[in-house]
Design a protein around this ligand. Structure first.
Ligand code: 5GP
Length: 178
């Protein structure tokens, strides 16, 4: 299953909830060239790598998909752990951006593509400002990305509205069980 949706919609919160409450779900850990935020742990939230490491992995074909997100850092899904989790019959969840979701659709069209939507645009802006981890300039970049991402909702198989993290997470997992 691929979970995508606009910035600040709460994808990270939903996947953290799933990680904590549904141990039967295997969550892919992405590689990123961005710096860790306070509280983020290498190997748990992301594998934090530098540009050279990222280039090496990309050139070796180690990514199932990768993308530059918000015009800044690069993010990618390591291919091998996903293939292994699927082979082991695990419920496999990728939380990635829209560009990445499109690449996965090309490579694994049998995946289920889920769009996490905000209850409203105003609520999305409120969450983005409320998080307080980005500068004003960074927020503007992310809102521009979010507008484009919201327009892509129709490309997805299912939409889940994130008005409540627990409900959204339970809906997600019940789709994996279906
Ligand atoms: P953040 O920097 O806030 O953790 O994540 C920024 C964006 O990068 C989010 O939209 C998230 O879904 C996306 N992202 C995280 N990991 C990956 C990945 O492996 N591939 C792609 N394409 N996007 C990712």
């Amino acid at each position: 299953m691929v979970l995508a949706g606009p910035t600040a919609v709460g994808k990270g919160t939903v996947s953290a909830y799933v990680r904590a409450n549904f141990p039967e779900v295997w969550l892919s850990i992405s590689m990123t060239t961005r710096k860790p935020r306070p509280g983020e742990i290498d190997g748990r939230h992301y594998h934090f790598v530098d540009d050279e490491q990222f280039d090496r992995l990309r050139d070796a074909g180690e990514f199932l998909e990768w993308a530059v997100v918000h015009g800044r850092a690069r993010y990618g899904t390591p291919r091998r752990p996903v293939v292994e989790a699927l082979a082991a019959g695990r419920k496999t969840l990728l939380e990635i951006d829209l560009q990445g979701a499109r690449q996965v659709r090309q490579q694994m069209p049998e995946a289920l593509f889920v769009f996490l939507a905000p209850p409203s645009w105003d609520e999305l802006v409120r969450r983005l400002v409320g998080r307080g981890t980005e500068s004003e300039e960074e927020r503007e970049v992310r809102l521009t990305t979010a507008r484009l991402e919201l327009a892509a909702q129709s490309e997805f198989d299912v939409t889940i509205v994130n008005d409540n993290v627990q409900h959204a997470s339970e809906e997600l997992v019940s789709l994996m069980n279906a």
